[in-house]
Design a protein. Structure first.
Length: 151
């Protein structure tokens, strides 16, 4: 079984367990860490997420990758410009209304980003869900998750 298939299986199980409409995993393109790409997703509407490549500090994955801190956007109003949200192409591509993203650590360094989101206006991402997702990130192979849970 290849690495992406393993990641896909884990993301599918996490999405179901945590009850998200959408979940995705972004991993750095190269050890330099200058670009991040969404590698696998579960509950996706299409495959456009695969074409999104972000530099460190740009978009959801790039921001979480650079800061090493979770990102929580409890409510996004569709069609209304919210500063910074248009910088998050995955929100528009997947029609997400509420998101959380957590860094995935390996050996003290951010190596990936786990994103969960809702499309339903009646469900909102909370800090408690973000923390639950952070705790669950330890089940993603190749990432230890210890740094985030201890922060």
């Amino acid at each position: 079984m290849n690495e992406l298939t393993i990641y896909q299986n884990v993301i599918d199980r996490l999405r179901e367990r945590l009850g998200f409409d959408f979940m995705a995993l972004a991993i750095e393109d190269a050890p330099s860490g200058y670009s991040v790409r969404w590698r696998v997703a579960s509950g996706n509407l299409n495959n456009r997420f695969r074409r999104i490549i972000l530099r460190s500090g740009r978009g959801i994955a790039g921001t979480v990758f650079k800061t090493g801190k979770p990102l929580l956007v409890p409510h996004v109003e569709p069609g209304r410009h919210v500063p910074g949200v248009l910088d998050y192409p995955i929100v528009n591509t997947e029609q997400l209304t509420s998101i959380a993203a957590v860094p995935l650590y390996d050996g003290g360094r951010v190596k990936g980003v786990l994103l969960g989101g809702y499309r339903d206006d009646h469900r909102e991402m909370t800090e408690a869900l973000c923390l639950e997702m952070a705790a669950a990130s330890g089940s993603v192979p190749g990432f230890d998750g210890k740094e985030l849970v201890s922060r």
